[in-house]
Every structure is written in structure tokens, then in C-alpha cells.
Design a protein around this ligand. Structure first.
Ligand code: HEC
Length: 125
């Protein structure tokens, strides 16, 4: 009986974590405009360093592809992938990770939120 209890508990926990994952992938930035974000990505030269779905050229390699970035659990492997963190990262990555190769970019807070909204449309890894 103890074994059965353990199995039931384990199945229950798997169920719970599945729900948590679903909630976590809904990453929404209220009021942000993902289409404007894509335009800003084009005009700010992000693609010089990144391959980005939606941007045909250039497709830089320095920073890695951003395909599926919206579904990754971490930003740059070290920060939780949450909307506010993503917006702060695209605007001024070195303020969060002083040793990062991602440069600070001259973006307003609203522009960074629009860009983050676009990045969260890239969620099919
Ligand atoms: C000069 C090159 C360069 C430019 C320009 C640049 N990045 Fe990056 N980016 C990087 C590098 C290098 C990394 C890896 C950082 C790390 O791992 O610490 C990175 C990481 C990232 C990440 C995290 C990716 C991941 O796998 O978690 C995102 C998101 C990102 N950049 C978005 C942008 C956006 C949006 C722009 C334009 C506004 C931009 N980058 C412009 C070099 C650049």
C-alpha cells in the first residue's frame, strides 16, 4: 500500500508541474506591441549578432539564434525568462550580467517591452 501511495503522489506531482509549465509559458507584456517590436529589432541591428525569425538579413552568429527564445526557461542561461527580466535584458544586458557579450542598446523602456513581446512570439523551439 505504501508503494501505491508513492505512485499516486508521484503522478499527482507530475500533474502539478505540467500545470505550472503551462502557466509559465504564458508570458505577456501588458500594452506591448509585438509588431512594433519586430520593427525595432530591424532598426536596432539585433540581427547583426542574432539569427531572428522574421528578419531575413543579416543573420549574425555572435549572440546565437533567437528562434524559440520565448520558450526557453532561462535568458542567456542565467536569468529567469520572465517578461520584466527580458525587457530589462534587451535594453541593458550588462546591468544584469556584467560579463555578458550582449551590449547595452539605446532603447526606451516601452521599446524594450515591445521587443520582448515580439521575442515571446518566438516560442516554438
Ligand atoms: C554586438 C552583438 C549583439 C547585438 C547587436 C545584440 N545582441 Fe543579443 N546577445 C549577444 C550575445 C553575445 C548574447 C549572449 C549573452 C550571454 O550569454 O551572456 C546575446 C543574448 C541575447 C538574448 C538571450 C538569448 C538566450 O539564448 O537566452 C536575447 C533575448 C538577445 N540577445 C536579444 C537581442 C536583441 C533583441 C537585440 C537588439 C535590440 C540584441 N540582442 C542585440 C550579442 C548581441
Amino acid at each position: 500500500m505504501a508503494k501505491l501511495g508513492t505512485i499516486i503522489l508521484a503522478v499527482g506531482l507530475i500533474g502539478l508541474s505540467a500545470c505550472a509549465d503551462k502557466a509559465e509559458t504564458r508570458r505577456v507584456l501588458a500594452g506591448a506591441d509585438s509588431a512594433a517590436g519586430l520593427s525595432l529589432i530591424r532598426t536596432h541591428g539585433c540581427a547583426v549578432c542574432h539569427a531572428i525569425p522574421g528578419v531575413a538579413w543579416p543573420r549574425g552568429r555572435t549572440g546565437g539564434s533567437l528562434e524559440g527564445v520565448g520558450a526557453r526557461p532561462m535568458i542567456a542561461g542565467r536569468l529567469p525568462n520572465q517578461p520584466a527580466v527580458m525587457a530589462a535584458f534587451v535594453r541593458d544586458a550588462p546591468s544584469l550580467l556584467p560579463d555578458t557579450g550582449m551590449p547595452p542598446l539605446s532603447l526606451s523602456e516601452a521599446e524594450a517591452r515591445d521587443i520582448a513581446a515580439y521575442l515571446y512570439t518566438l516560442d516554438d523551439d
